[in-house]
Design a protein around this ligand. Structure first.
Ligand SMILES: C[S@@+](CC[C@H](N)C(=O)[O-])C[C@H]1O[C@@H](n2cnc3c(N)ncnc32)[C@H](O)[C@@H]1O
Length: 243
């Protein structure tokens, strides 16, 4: 059985709790994930961008404000799609498509950049999706994505402030279930090597690999910073299509 990663966000209570959590001061996305994504993106002016699992597309609006040429978000959850439609309402060059990442019809040679933030660990078959990404990129186009770090997805545990971590079953790739924000999330664990090799297999030159090493200035609180030094939460990869 394959699970749809966006289902979780169509439960009203999960959706509300998720959106509230994203507004927490010092949330992991803003302190650890977004700064690395911004560095990896660099200058995006005049680029045509596709964003897989765009959520509420708040970031899409930021990219449009920074001068990207067009932004297309792909979003499987109805709640998120509606939130994204409203984030992009003021932009004639920003749109969101309500479809699963696996089902989107990827136009050939269309985008300069395919971005995906924290959505690819919901996909069962990344090899298929990476091939689609490769063919939808223009020559020299880039894919940049973040996922939950494999040391976390190997042994998912209920959310909350954790004080210890166990990494186990690391090489047993595949389906994982997590109780999170009062709901059940369906994710797929794979190793760092598996992500890397899947990109190469799809034809990408893998240019960068990053982890979410905390940077002190992104935190107001010493305690949160110290806690974030304990374990990596996110993994990032950048691939380029041949010229
Ligand atoms: C953790 S959220 C991240 C949202 C956004 N990228 C961000 O960083 O703010 C993951 C998003 O991916 C979407 N998603 C997960 N699996 C998906 C799939 N197979 N097809 C389309 N969307 C999916 C979810 O609905 C959710 O909006």
């Amino acid at each position: 059985m394959s699970y749809r990663g966006s289902e979780f966000y169509d439960n009203e209570s999960n959706f509300e709790k998720y959106m509230l959590r994203r507004q927490w001061q010092e949330n992991a996305n803003d302190t650890l994930e977004k700064p690395v994504i911004s560095q990896l993106l660099g200058d995006i002016s005049d680029q045509h961008i596709l964003d897989l699992g765009c959520g509420d597309a708040g970031y899409g609006a930021e990219l449009l404000d920074k001068g990207c040429s067009t932004y297309v978000g792909i979003e499987g959850s109805r709640n998120m799609f509606e939130a994204a439609s409203s984030s992009l309402a003021a932009y004639s060059n920003g749109t969101v498509v309500h479809t699963m990442i696996e089902d989107y019809t990827y136009p050939p040679d269309a985008y300069d950049l395919v971005l995906s933030r924290l959505a690819i660990h919901y996909l069962q078959d990344i090899e298929h999706v990476f091939r689609c990404i490769h063919q939808t990129l223009k020559p020299s186009g880039r894919v940049i994505f973040s996922v939950e770090h494999p040391v976390i997805t190997s042994t998912l545990q209920p959310s909350g402030t954790r004080t210890n971590w166990v990494v186990d079953h690391y090489f047993n790739e595949g389906y994982r279930e997590q109780q999170w924000l009062g709901g059940t999330v369906h994710k797929y664990h794979r190793t760092v090597e598996a992500y890397f090799r899947a990109m190469q297999k799809a034809g990408f030159i893998v240019e960068q690999l990053r982890e979410s090493k905390p940077v002190r200035e992104n935190f107001t609180n010493d305690e949160t910073y110290e806690r974030r030094l304990r374990i990596p939460l996110f993994l990032f990869l950048v691939g380029r299509k041949n010229a």
